[in-house]
Design a protein around this ligand. Structure first.
Ligand code: ATP
Ligand code: TZP
Ligand code: MG
Ligand code: MG
Length: 271
C-alpha cells in the first residue's frame, strides 16, 4: 500500500471532523472521547433507546462495543445499528470478551445477525468466537493459541460478509479477498486498558471519510501503531501511565511525514 494515501486520509479526516457516535463500555468512555478529539474527530456517547436512532443517523460512523454490556444497552445498540444501516452510516463493532461468557458470545452473534456491520474488530479469540471457531479467551484479553490469524480473518470475513480486523502483535485486515498485515504497534498498548476499544473508534473515524473499509481500517491501524511507537519512544524508562498520556498527545501530533516514513504494511497474496 502506498503510504501517501494514509497521510491523505488523515488530512481529510481532520478537515471533515466526523461525528462518531459511540455506544461503548464504562471502562473506556473518557479515554475514547479524548482519543477521538486528539485524532481530529468529534465524539459523542449516547445510549438512551429514546435518542440513539436520531443520533446514529446524523453520525459519520456508529461504534458499538459490548465491554460492559447489559440488556438495556444491547437493545439501544440494535436500535442505533438499524438506524445507521437505513441511513448509510457505517457500523463498527467491537465484540469485547466474546467467548468469555455465553451471554457475550450470543449477544455478539445477535448483533452480527440483526445489524449490517461494516467492520468487525477484536483480538483473535473474540473474532473466532463470534465466527463460531474454537479459540481460547481469558476475560477480555486474548488467550494463547497457535492459530493462523491471517486465515482466521479471511475465513471470518467470508463467513460473516464483513471486513474483519484482528489485532495483536501484528494486525490483519481482510474482506475475504483483499488482505493486509500491519506490523506497526508497541507492546505497551497491552498495558493500558481501552487501547483496543479506542482503536475501534479510530477505525470508525477513518470509515466515516473512506468507504473502502479495508483501506480505511488499514490506514487506521498504521496510523495508530505509529502513534504508539512514537509515544513509547518519548516515554522510554517511564511507565504505562506516561505512555497513556503520550498516546493521546501523539494522536494529535504525529506528522504526515512520520506516517509515510514509519508505516509498515504488507499485502498478503491470496491463492
Ligand atoms: P486484548 O484485550 O487482547 O489486549 P484489545 O482489544 O485490547 O485486545 P489489542 O489486540 O491489544 O486489542 O490491539 C490494540 C492495539 O495494540 C493494536 O493497535 C495492536 O496492533 C496493538 N498491539 C497489541 N499487542 C501488541 C504487541 N504485542 N506488540 C505491538 N502492538 C500490539
Ligand atoms: N472490562 C470490561 S471492558 C474493559 C475491561 C477491562 C476494557 C477493555 O478494553 P480493551 O481495549 O479491549 O483492552
Ligand atoms: Mg488490550
Ligand atoms: Mg478489546
Amino acid at each position: 500500500m502506498n503510504q501517501e494515501i494514509i497521510s491523505t486520509l488523515l488530512k481529510k479526516l481532520r478537515v471533515v471532523n466526523p461525528l462518531i457516535h459511540n455506544i461503548t463500555n464504562v471502562v473506556v468512555t473518557n479515554f475514547t472521547a479524548n482519543g477521538l478529539l486528539s485524532l481530529g474527530a468529534s465524539p459523542v456517547m449516547a445510549y438512551a433507546a429514546e435518542e440513539v436512532a436520531d443520533m446514529a443517523k446524523i453520525a459519520g460512523a456508529l461504534v458499538l462495543n459490548i465491554g460492559t454490556l447489559n440488556s438495556t444497552v444491547v437493545e439501544s445498540m440494535i436500535i442505533a445499528g438499524k438506524s445507521a444501516n437505513e441511513h448509510g452510516v457505517p457500523v463498527i463493532f467491537d465484540p469485547v470478551g466474546a467467548g468469555a461468557t455465553s451471554y457475550r458470545t450470543e449477544t455478539a452473534k445477535k448483533m452480527m445477525n440483526e445489524v449490517k456491520i461494516s467492520v468487525l474488530r477484536g483480538n483473535a479469540a473474540e473474532i473466532a468466537n463470534v465466527a463460531g471457531y474454537q479459540w481460547e479467551i481469558k476475560g477480555v484479553d486474548a488467550g494463547h493459541s497457535n492459530g493462523n490469524t491471517v486465515e482466521l480473518a479471511i475465513l471470518t470475513a467470508k463467513k460473516l460478509n464483513t471486513v474483519v480486523v484482528i489485532t495483536g502483535k501484528d494486525d490483519v485486515i481482510s474482506d475475504g479477498e483483499t488482505t493486509y498485515v500491519v506490523h506497526n504497534g508497541h507492546p505497551l498498548l497491552t498495558k493500558v486498558t481501552g487501547t483496543g476499544c479506542l482503536l475501534t473508534s479510530v477505525i470508525g473515524a477513518f470509515a466515516a471519510i473512506e468507504k473502502d473499509f479495508v483501506l480505511a481500517s488499514t490506514a487506521a491501524l498504521v496510523y495508530y501503531g505509529i502513534v504508539a511507537e512514537i509515544a513509547a519512544d518519548k516515554t522510554a524508562h517511564e511507565g504505562p501511565g506516561s505512555f497513556q498520556i503520550e498516546l493521546l498527545n501523539q494522536l494529535a501530533l504525529v506528522s504526515n511525514d512520520e506516517i509515510v516514513k514509519y508505516g509498515n504494511v504488507e499485502k498478503i497474496e491470496q491463492v
